[in-house]
Design a protein around this ligand. Structure first.
Ligand code: ASP
Length: 327
């Protein structure tokens, strides 16, 4: 059995001080230290449902399209999928029955746009792109974001499907109506792409934690938390318990570690380790997964515990991969 200390040391974390508490990791982790790509263009997304997002992105990337267009089109796929309960249409509502959406985009030039606590619009990622391109601001929230979306010509839609309403009603019967994180009911799409010109871009979109307190905003629309892009260095995205990602500004951290010379894989591992240090020996239901990409097409992924998957699409691959984890 490999201890966490042995594993992390074997990852050659460039002299990082490691506090491990003797926890163990799966041997599979070692196999995932470096996931080399076959070259550009390439797109990666969080979770298995990211494969459908990648397909839409690939349609643009393969003939030479721009990474920013690709990640936006990719993110729109789960946003429109009523069967996806964690993003856009069909997303599970908050404690009070409102579907509130968070999304952001960022490109290789450092431009960024974001919306949070947005209700009634199916494609928050596209509204976020409009914030980036049509305003001098980075983030719009709630009613102001909805007003801006209307002004930009987006049409409203009731996003609470019968299925999601039924799930909420069931939860209300069982739940003690407390604002506890529910590990089974949250998953964000984070999508990162590098195009033929080596330009990077990323997007992130979610309905956030199911049955969250009304007004709660997670990491997903926060530039630097769930998404960060540096055109020279690389980009990163996050999924899972947003509060842990926000407290450590995780995606910014991953990219800054890459700037210091870490590979995308080692950077994701170290960013998870910062969270693990606060969890002690038992992560409970806490899950965070990071996914990173550099302009060479190197991928990194690491999670607090097993279960985090990501999808990769390039000229040679269209697959879903289990990420290694700390526990
Ligand atoms: N990160 C999202 C949030 O905290 C949820 C998730 O990715 O599962 O809102």
């Amino acid at each position: 059995m490999t201890t966490r200390r042995e594993f992390l040391t074997s990852c050659a974390l460039a002299g990082a001080a490691l506090t491990t508490g003797g926890k163990t990791v799966a041997h599979a982790a070692a196999q995932q230290r470096e996931s080399e790509s076959t070259g550009r263009p390439l797109v990666v997304s969080t979770w298995s449902f990211g494969q459908a997002a990648n397909a839409a992105a690939w349609n643009l990337l393969a003939p030479g399209g721009a990474a920013l267009d690709a990640v936006e089109q990719g993110a729109r796929v789960p946003e429109s999928d009523p069967a996806n309960r964690t993003v856009g249409l069909g997303g599970l509502p908050d404690r009070d029955g409102h579907v509130t959406l968070d999304a952001c985009v960022m490109d290789h030039a450092g431009r960024a746009g974001s919306v949070c606590f947005l209700e009634g619009y199916e494609h928050p990622v596209s509204v976020a792109r409009k914030v980036m391109e049509e305003t001098p601001h980075v983030m719009l929230a709630g009613a102001g974001a909805a007003q801006f979306a209307a002004e930009q010509g987006f049409t409203t839609r009731d996003l609470l499907t019968d299925d999601a309403r039924n799930a909420w009603n069931e939860w209300r019967k069982e739940a003690r109506y407390e604002p506890t994180a529910n590990a089974e009911r949250h998953d964000t799409l984070g999508i990162l792409a590098v195009d033929q010109d080596a330009h990077l871009a990323g997007a992130c979109t979610t309905s956030g934690m199911a049955f969250k307190l009304h007004g709660r905003v997670g990491d997903s629309p926060i530039i630097g938390a769930a998404l960060y892009v540096d055109g020279e260095i690389g980009c990163a995205t996050a999924t899972g318990h947003g509060e842990f990602v926000m407290r450590t500004l995780g995606s910014f951290l991953v990219v800054e570690l890459m700037r210091q010379g870490r590979s995308p894989q080692d950077a994701c591992t170290e960013a998870v380790e910062r969270i693990v240090r606060s969890l002690g020996d038992d992560p409970g239901e806490t899950q965070v997964g990071y996914l990173a990409l550099d302009p060479r097409g190197r991928i990194g992924a690491f999670a607090v515990q097993p279960g985090f998957q990501y999808a990769v699409r390039d000229g040679a691959r269209d697959e879903i991969i289990d990420a290694a984890s700390a526990f």
